[in-house]
Design a protein around this ligand. Structure first.
Ligand code: SF4
Length: 373
């Protein structure tokens, strides 16, 4: 099984925390879509004979593209697969911003093969949304989800953000409660990161804002896990929670080492032997540059395996690790893991998986760094 990712690097305006590759320039959409279709045609052999199980449109703001643009891309997918019905039961996700999800937009999305929406909401708190420079307010966020549901979308994920300066435990709890009330199937929740080059990073350097203290951040993470567990969501990855059977198949594929083809500016691809990534130019011009490629040596393959598997609640399959890197490397990994096993941060399951415990989740970055070579 494999996946295809399309990067759509357009946004109406730039959010204060964002360092994703996207452009706020108007125009150039049609040339870019043509470039995506050409790239897909040129690289349709990349995944070999693996059946494509998931297609994901991320950004940027993919919901900025017109229905006609998506029709062109889906036609190119069908052409490059050489079949009328290329994928038996695919998961096809569109990342969307609440302000784009109007009646007209949802109506046209229903006529396209999308069966999953991932809506960038971040918060249901008016002041937090203003601080982040999001284009929607809390009311519009609720309406966008409800409207999508009315148009028949029954597999909806929303993105939330915590650890903001001035955010309180009470506003975070209110955001989580609102998310649950909406009846979405999946929630991704990320701690704010002050990425270099963003406005938030600049404000931080200028002393205009101060980061939230670590203790409150940790309490917010605990609140997230407990509140969503009570509402029936299963945490299946450090930042991802789903109702039973509603895990993101596309992202799960990344974390289980399945192959994927990335189409578009800055998109990454992986085929088990190498990783490659396209030029980070948010216009059709990206296609005029040769992608960078990195062949995976033993150390990189081992490190990738540790990072991708340990972040899932299933953990590292030690038998798979042995098959990939040998008995000696597996033993070295277990030796490194021992102090975390002793302190209850890692657990060894009966079916030979090394996984984070609840105490381990809170220091997962440090554990991963220690297990890496
Ligand atoms: S809409 Fe998304 S990609 Fe665009 S600037 Fe905001 S966070 Fe970044």
């Amino acid at each position: 099984m494999a996946g295809i990712y399309f990067h759509i690097p357009f946004c109406k305006t730039r959010c204060a925390y964002c360092d994703f590759l996207s452009s706020t320039a108007l125009g150039g959409h049609s040339e870019y879509v043509d470039a995506l279709c050409r790239e897909l045609q040129n690289r349709c052999d990349y995944l070999g004979n693996l059946p494509v199980e998931t297609i994901y449109f991320g950004g940027g703001t993919p919901s900025q593209l017109s229905a006609a643009a998506f029709e062109k891309i889906f036609a190119a997918i069908v052409r490059s697969s050489g079949a009328q019905q290329p994928f038996p039961s695919p998961e096809i996700t569109l990342e969307a911003n609440p302000d784009d999800l109007t009646d007209a937009c949802l109506d046209s999305l229903r006529s396209l093969p999308f069966n999953r929406l991932s809506i960038g909401i971040q918060s249901f708190d008016a002041a937090e949304l203003r601080f982040l420079h999001r284009r929607h307010d809390a009311h519009a966020a609720v309406q966008a989800v409800e409207r999508a549901q009315r148009y028949g979308f029954d597999n909806i994920s929303i993105d939330l953000m915590y650890g903001l300066p001035h955010q309180t435990l009470a506003t975070w709890q209110a955001t989580l409660d609102q998310a649950i009330r909406l009846g979405v199937q999946h929630i991704s929740a990320y701690h704010l990161i002050y990425e270099e080059g963003t406005r938030l990073h600049q404000w931080l350097k200028q002393g205009k804002i101060a980061p939230l203290d670590e203790e409150t951040s940790l309490k917010m993470f605990e609140m997230l896990i407990d509140t969503l567990a009570e509402a029936g969501f299963r945490q299946y990855e450090i930042s991802n929670f789903a109702l039973p059977g509603r895990e993101s198949r596309h992202n799960s594929a990344y974390w289980s080492g399945r192959h994927y083809l990335g189409i578009g500016a800055a998109a990454h691809s992986y085929n088990g032997i190498s990783r490659q990534w396209n030029a980070a130019i948010p216009t059709a011009e990206y296609l005029n540059h040769t992608p960078e490629i990195e062949f995976l040596d033993e150390t990189t393959a081992y490190n990738d395996f540790i990072i991708t598997r340990l972040r899932t609640m299933r953990g590292i399959n030690l038998n798979e690790l042995t098959a990939l890197c040998g008995e000696q490397q597996k033993n070295a990994c277990l030796q490194q893991a021992q102090r975390y096993l002793d302190s209850g941060r890692l657990a060894l399951t009966e079916d030979s998986h090394l996984r984070l415990t609840r105490a381990g989740i809170f220091i997962s970055d440090g554990i991963m760094a220690d297990l890496m070579r």
